[in-house]
Design a binder for this molecule. Structure first.
Ligand SMILES: CC(C)(COP(=O)(O)OP(=O)(O)OC[C@H]1O[C@@H](n2cnc3c(N)ncnc32)[C@H](O)[C@@H]1OP(=O)(O)O)[C@@H](O)C(=O)NCCC(=O)NCCS
Length: 194
């Protein structure tokens, strides 16, 4: 029996990878827009808590951990390989409660992560619970993001700090007009579930 179940899941994984290679998204995501590409090896848990806009690339071996909170990814977003988005901590400050007892977690242990439009996340960056990554920003390779990222900033390091600005104020205005003057991408399909 267990061999049969193992074979079934192996076959399911194989089919999912084949479908991904063919450009078909087989995950039952909370919602997703058009042109969403999910590379091989991406793990998403739980898929129904993940909302993705349009024109999104999720690189090889990314890990989107959304077991008890939501991940909302906007439009025109790129996640480089091995990026981790982690919406939850274990409870570790309650005397008498083992960290292993995941069912005794507090609500604040799990918080949504929002990645706004036009964001590039560098390889192996880690984004922790409750973070909003502001529109137009860049996260450097290997960063550990522990605070919200201001729009159009470049953050890097552990913990991530602003190391540069992507544009001048004037350039931001030009950019916003060019990208959003004609369309509001925060309302793109899949960006919001309500
Ligand atoms: C962040 C990044 C985009 C460069 O941005 P930038 O505005 O050109 O920044 P600079 O190179 O001028 O660096 C600014 C400062 O941040 C530091 N810095 C840059 N990238 C860093 C990183 N990933 N981690 C830690 N510090 C970094 C630089 O050393 C520099 O510090 P200093 O002023 O003390 O010398 C680039 O370094 C990076 O990490 N790119 C991601 C590449 C990647 O993951 N590609 C995957 C394929 S899609």
């Amino acid at each position: 029996m267990s061999t049969f179940v193992g074979r079934f899941f192996r076959q399911l994984r194989h089919l999912r990878r084949a479908a991904q290679r063919a450009g078909v998204t087989t995950f039952a995501l909370g919602a997703a827009g058009s042109n969403v590409n999910i590379a091989d090896g991406v793990e998403i848990g739980s898929t129904s808590n993940v909302f993705i806009g349009s024109d999104v690339f999720i690189g090889r071996d990314c890990w989107l951990s959304a077991a008890a909170a939501k991940i909302r990814i906007g439009s025109q977003v790129m996640l480089a390989p091995e990026v981790a988005i982690i919406t939850g901590d274990h409870t570790f400050r309650r005397p008498g409660v083992s960290m292993f007892d995941a069912h005794l977690k507090s609500p604040e242990d799990d918080q949504d992560v929002v990645i706004e439009d036009d964001v590039w996340v560098g390889m192996r960056a880690i984004i922790l619970k409750g973070i909003t990554v502001g529109r137009g920003s860049v996260i450097g390779a290997g960063a550990v993001v522990t605070h919200d990222v201001p729009p159009y900033s470049v953050v890097a390091g552990v913990p991530a700090k602003v190391v540069a600005h992507r544009f001048t104020d004037e350039e931001i205005a030009t950019h916003e007009q060019a990208l959003y003057g004609k369309r509001i991408t925060a309302a793109s399909p899949g960006y919001k579930d309500d």
